[in-house]
Design a protein around this ligand. Structure first.
Ligand code: F6P
Length: 367
């Protein structure tokens, strides 16, 4: 087993509440083992493009830097979803932007900086990069993060509970104004190709219909649900829409796809709103919660999970583990091989009890 003197932490992809809590947990756990800790700025850009950082691409992480950050959203290291080393954007000789694999450069920079091990905090993309670095001889442990909760291998990712709690609160508020104006209120939430946020918040806040990517919808059925409610005296309706939702036979709404940047989803809420207004003749408003779901203070559940994940990652390094991701398998935190964690997207199983509960409560999925 190699002895560890210096470790690095990176946070990649979209930020999620709880990132700073993980960083603090790792730094304290490292300090207690006598390890030095540095943070790589903006994903791996701090190593790949150090000239872009006036204060240096690596941030020394001593105890004073992580004091009082457990409850803060964002990440003190910065993050990016533009700097994936597996698909790094560079300009070729014709001036066109192309994607190239620069993982060897990252591994070389890690070794040149005398970093003995890496803790990579991120979503599926970050775990894929961690796995590639592990194959290039870097000792890596992954920590799963995403508000989307779409990572296989772990029952839950930190950030998800905060996003669901906030979306639930927003729906509660929207109920009041929807009822006052007798409107249809369409609420679009993030989640990429998984409907976890829409489903959990939609059921918790008693939405009337929930549209998720896993169940393609028929807008006529959603309109029928609104009419049926109106016939029973319910003058308003709340429709929760996951950004990856798609109509039967159609595809998800893509906002943007550029070289070196993850595909951006969004806009389906406005489509659904316009169609419902036309089909029902009802006054309709659309609210897109977007990045509000990613900001703010992590819930106590997310803070505790983040602190547990960070400490578990340090224990994994100490025991010589490599190429694994920490994972919640209630009630324990365990380790799963990185390749297992990146095999597929964890979508909502159609027979899961939350879907069955929603159906029993009369919530429509537009199917
Ligand atoms: O993966 C987290 C996430 O918030 C998704 O739910 C969303 O589609 C995406 O990131 C948005 O990313 P960006 O920060 O590029 O807008």
């Amino acid at each position: 087993m190699r002895s560890i003197k210096r470790i690095a932490i990176t946070t990649g992809g979209g930020d999620a509440p709880g990132l700073n809590a993980v960083i603090r947990s790792i730094v304290l756990s490292a300090h207690n083992r006598g390890w030095e800790c540095v943070g790589i700025r903006d994903g791996y850009n701090g190593l790949l493009k150090p000239q872009d950082f006036p204060q240096g691409g690596l941030m020394p992480l001593d105890l004073s830097v992580v004091r009082g950050i457990t409850h803060l959203g964002g990440t003190i290291l910065g993050t990016t979803n533009k700097g994936n080393p597996l698909r790094f954007p560079v300009q070729n000789e014709r001036g066109e932007w192309v994607e190239v694999d620069v993982c060897q450069d990252v591994a070389d920079a890690i070794h040149a900086q005398e970093i003995d091990a890496l803790i990579a905090i991120g979503g599926d993309g970050s775990m894929e990069i961690a796995h590639a670095l592990c194959r290039k001889g870097v000792q890596v442990v992954g920590v799963p993060k995403t508000i989307d909760n779409d990572l296989v291998g772990t029952v839950i990712t930190f950030g998800f509970d905060t996003a669901v709690s906030f979306a639930t609160e927003c729906l509660d508020r929207l109920h009041a104004t929807a009822e006052a104006h007798r409107r249809i209120m369409v609420v679009e939430v993030m989640g990429r190709y998984a409907g976890w946020i829409a489903l959990n918040a939609g059921v918790s806040a008693t939405a009337d219909a929930i549209l998720i990517p896993e169940i393609p919808y028929d807008i006529g059925k959603v309109a029928a649900k609104v009419e049926e409610r109106a016939a029973r005296g319910g003058a308003f309706s709340i429709i929760m829409v996951a950004e990856g939702a798609k109509p039967i036979g159609g595809s998800a709404t893509i906002l943007e796809k550029t070289v070196g940047h993850a595909e951006r989803l969004g806009g389906v809420g406005h489509k659904v709103g316009a169609e419902l207004a036309q089909l029902t003749g009802k006054d309709t408003r659309v609210v897109v919660l977007g990045h509000l779901l990613r900001g703010g203070t992590p819930t106590s559940f997310d803070r505790l999970l983040s602190l547990r994940f960070g400490a578990a990652a340090a224990r994994a390094l100490e025991s010589g583990q490599d190429g694994v991701m920490v994972a919640l398998d209630p009630p324990v935190v365990r380790y799963v091989p990185l390749d297992q964690a990146t095999r597929r997207t964890k979508t909502v199983p159609l027979d899961c009890d939350t879907i069955l509960t929603a159906r029993d409560l009369g919530i429509s999925f537009g199917d």
